[in-house]
Design a protein around this ligand. Structure first.
Ligand code: ATP
Length: 601
């Protein structure tokens, strides 16, 4: 298999730097050629000494040649190295940009560790192609042709013998070379697997330790390292085989030339001197053949890496629909001239049907929800009812199979994606906090927020007391995934971050689940405050968070089964009443806790 498209792509990475590569290649070749002048000048120098002539001129020439050779070689190798680094940088830039724009469902196809290894390890293989393989193959080919021409001029018959043996060996080697690419791909895949295992384990390090599963995780990594080793060893074997094949071919040519050439000398067709010179040229073939083999090995490694890069980069994966969004015209209300909308947003789900891509169960069976601007709406229902999925669809992480979702009366597919997401503040169920400082975490998505804004959201989420205790205040680092914070603090950081973006619609998924009574009350106040300025939708299992809502949407089995206030639903909806009673908010016999509702609003 030649994988022509992968070859084309590999060369496409190098194309922008072709001038640099060609100049570098020419300079390093000239540098090597200048080295060849040295023996000639040295001979001249020794001759001059013998003749008692002055050697100053020759010495000067020799020094100049050595210096010039060194400088030209250095510039040549700098240019080649620079172009190689640029090729690697470009492929990394492209890949990182692509990865960050993957659609959510696509990320499940590529585990994070594997994606990381494609960005770091796979791209590195392109370096050798850009710096060495192209130059090696060009130089090797030129030298090969030059030597064969010289041999042809000496004796065309013997050249035929040599070329015959070389072509035969070349075909055999050609059969082996595709394995290089395949084995390299196995090695790269195994490296991805190692990163993957480590990423998985380090991402849940405490759980791994607490459950004592280090040996299991280690075994996974060891299996991958063993695979990398196995194919690395095979590659070493192939390299040895191909190298030995090339040497053998030249030696066989040598014997054939010696035999046939000897006969031709005996019949007087050629002179003995011609045969000797021919045999010397035959040994000159070692260098270009070696260069070509080295280049073939580097090229096949490059092809393997390009194929893995391409899986993410090009054909198989479509990024988020930026282009679709760019064509959004003025007619739908999102023209570039339009000033950003402010104030709470309205929200409507119209008969939304949805199943997660690649799965069979339908999660939403025709969900219809109508939420006017402002106030607090709570989504409640048993686990798996499809509540979090409402948020995922609103953020356009997934597309509904049918039905429409409207924000401010516009289908969200017509919203420019960045504007849609800028209008929404979304706090996920497990509230991620990233490594870095508290400030960096708050500024995600709002890099230019000022200190006054930060203080505002810290106060609102009652994080101000925590910050005043931290050694460097808001500039204190919070560890990997925020692990120096408590679960409740992480939740509040996530809420603060969402509020800092001044969204028009705030989506909160289980944000009070890890809070103690005092902090939960505080966050409920913050949510109530937010509900006066923007539209807030909360998913909650704890009804203490829910009773403050202006409307409650009860979901079950992918459908909305009831909408109302706490008081109305306790009376009207058996499922809601059951949820309320099992969560100990409503005494079994009594009705709605109206007094609580009054205090929490
Ligand atoms: N990424 C996913 N891929 C496939 N199925 C999913 C995915 N996320 C959720 N589901 C499935 O969709 C259904 C609804 O999930 P969803 O998270 O919306 O429920 P929920 O009502 O928020 O539940 P909970 O209260 O437990 O968070 C569940 O059966 C779940 O297994």
């Amino acid at each position: 298999m030649l994988h022509l498209s992968a070859w084309r792509e590999m060369l496409a990475y190098i194309l922008p730097y072709r001038k640099l590569v060609i100049t570098g290649g020419i300079l390093s070749t000239i540098g090597s050629l200048i080295g060849l002048v040295q023996p000639v000048v040295t001979k001249d120098l020794v001759d001059s000494l013998e003749r008692d002539e002055t050697v100053a001129g020759s010495l000067l020439l020799l020094t100049a040649a050595v210096l010039l050779g060194a400088v030209i070689t250095a510039i040549g190798s700098y240019l080649l190295g620079r172009s190689a680094e640029s090729v690697v940088r470009d492929s990394r830039h492209g890949l990182v940009g692509r990865i960050l724009r993957l659609r959510i469902p696509q990320t499940s196809r590529f585990p994070p560790g594997d994606l990381m290894s494609r960005v770091t390890a796979d791209t590195t293989l392109l370096r050798e192609v850009a710096s060495q393989a192209l130059v090696d193959s060009g130089r090797g080919l030129l030298m090969l042709i030059a030597i064969l021409v010289m041999m042809f001029l000496m004796d065309p018959v013997l050249v035929l013998v040599t070329v015959g043996v070389l072509v035969f060996a070349g075909l055999l080697i050609g059969l082996v070379v595709p394995f290089f690419s395949r084995y390299n791909e196995h090695v790269q895949r195994a490296l991805g697997e190692i990163s993957n295992t480590l990423e998985r384990s380090l991402g849940a390090f405490r759980m791994i330790k607490a459950s004592g599963s280090e040996p299991q995780e280690e075994a996974k990594a060891v299996a991958a390292t063993t695979t990398a080793w196995k194919y690395g060893v095979r590659l070493a074997g192939l390299n040895g085989l191909v190298g030995a094949g090339a040497v053998l071919a030249i030696h066989v040519s040598f014997l054939a030339v010696l035999g046939i050439g000897g006969a031709r000398v005996a019949t007087g067709e050629i002179q003995i001197g011609t045969l000797v010179a021919f045999l010397l040229y035959l040994f000159y073939l070692f260098e270009p053949v070696g260069s070509l083999l080295e280049a073939a090995s580097n090229f096949s490694a490059g092809v393997a890496s390009v194929r893995r890069i391409r899986e993410v980069q090009q054909l198989d994966v479509e990024p988020e629909p930026e282009s679709e969004l760019a064509r959004v015209s003025e007619g739908n209300g999102f023209g570039s001239g339009e000033t950003a909308r402010t104030g709470p947003a309205s929200l409507e789900f119209q008969e939304v049907v949805f199943r997660y891509p690649g799965t069979t169960p339908v999660v939403h069976h025709g969900v219809s929800i109508d939420i006017p601007p402002g106030g607090i709406t709570a989504l409640v229902g048993p686990s798996g009812a499809g509540k979090s999925t409402v948020f995922a669809l609103l953020e356009r992480f997934y597309e509904p199979d049918s039905g429409r979702i409207l924000l401010d009366g516009h289908d969200i597919r017509d919203w420019p994606l960045h504007q849609l997401r800028a209008a929404i503040g979304y706090v996920e169920q497990d509230a991620p906090v990233l490594a870095g400082t508290l400030r960096e975490n708050l500024l995600i998505g709002v890099p230019h927020a000022d200190d006054a804004d930060i203080d505002r959201v810290l106060r609102r989420t009652r994080l101000d007391q925590l910050v005043s205790r931290l050694p460097a205040g808001v500039d204190t680092t919070v560890g990997h995934r925020g692990n120096t914070l408590s679960g409740g603090e992480r939740q509040r950081v996530a809420v603060a971050r969402a509020l800092l973006r001044r969204p028009r619609l705030l989506l909160l998924d289980e944000v009070t689940s890890q809070l103690d009574a005092v902090n939960e009350l505080a966050l409920r106040d913050a949510i109530a405050e937010a509900g006066r300025e923007l539209t807030v939708v909360v998913v909650a299992h704890r009804l203490s968070t829910v009773v403050q809502a202006d409307r409650i949407v009860v979901m079950d089995g992918g459908l909305v089964r009831a909408v109302g206030t706490h008081g109305e639903l306790v009376g009207a909806d058996p499922l809601y009443r059951e949820l309320a009673t099992t969560q100990l908010l409503v005494p079994k016999e009594s009705g709605a806790p109206e007094d609580e509702r009054a205090t929490t609003r």
